[in-house]
Design a binder for this molecule. Sequence first.
Ligand code: NAD
Length: 368
Amino acid sequence: MTTRRDFLKKMTASTVVLPLISDINDTVIPLADGKQLRIAFCGLGSYARRCADAIKDCKNVKLVGAISGTPNKLEEWQTKYGVAKENCYSYETMDGIKNNPNIDAVYITTPNALHHPQTLRIAKAGKHIICEKPMAINAKEAEEMIAACKAANVKLLIGYRMHFEPKTLEIIRMRKEGELGKILFFQGLCGFRIGDPTQWRLNKDLAGGGSMMDIGIYAINGARYMIGEDPIWVTAQETKTDTVKFKAGVDETITFQLGFPNGAVASCLSTYAMNGLDKFYLNGEKGFAEMQPSTGYGPIKGRTHKGELTHPHVTHQTVQLDEMAAILFENKQPIVPVDGEEGLKDMKIIDAIFKSVAKNGEKVSIKY
Ligand code: NAD
């Protein structure tokens, strides 16, 4: 019987273009010599736990370390995930990771405003970095992070898990191969109704903003990978219904429009005030693609003018991390980039969105 793995091997042997390393979990091609990326998490909150659970199914990644300000959590990670005590650090001791040969990379999963200072510290310690989105709270910080990683000769990747999601990649393939024709329009609706008013996501100092930094970034990033270009202008409008919960600098709802070099436009919504908004729509001269849900943990659902997309559900974080191991160790080129420069583009667009909001919706041009 020919398995999917055999099929991929044959494809690799007979074609110049390498197939995706892992378009579903069981087709991950192991790294040479069974090498594994030994990873530590910095910030042991809910997303770190989700990733740690997903690593159990990774072929190329091993969870080995943890950085936290809470000793109880470090103990919990030792018991639950088998993290060795000597690979556990506090925020005070984390620079010592430099002398730990058993950790290759650190995955930063702390609140947004901590990504920049922690990236600078980890780069200095000589470890590769995977940083959660948004990579920083503005473009200046993102540029400094890229420069620090270059200076330290370590790689910086951003946790854009959708860049490895099979239905998303199928739409990107269709667009690249002209099956949708010239792309004319994208719509991205991203939001949820946020709860606890005391959480860091509603604190400007820790979040760097509100819904846009957290969930609106999916519409921005999605517009770019769906259209296949980077926007050159933006207009944006903010509405706020609750000024107690959403203080100055913490956006509740922003609608924004992006203009692309080939003439395509995008119309997007980012919100912390409405539930269940998770939808992409892409329109071209020859067809369309739509996804709903489009960026949640899945299963993602998608259909195009040719019919329903039937690619099997994958655990996003498992595939993302297996792919990232290959990017870090084997210099694999992902179909959609996940490097610091990719994250910087989103930060430049967010800066421009905030600028447009401050100027009552004036058109702001974006330069890269
Ligand atoms: P969380 O609140 O569950 O976890 C944050 C962790 O950081 C906690 O363990 C907290 O103790 C720790 N922390 C360290 N210093 C802190 C400080 N000064 N103030 C507050 N907390 C501090 O948040 P989360 O949902 O895990 O989000 C963490 C990061 O991951 C964010 O940047 C977020 O955007 C990102 N994220 C990404 C995805 C995704 O799908 N890619 C999903 C969720 C979150």
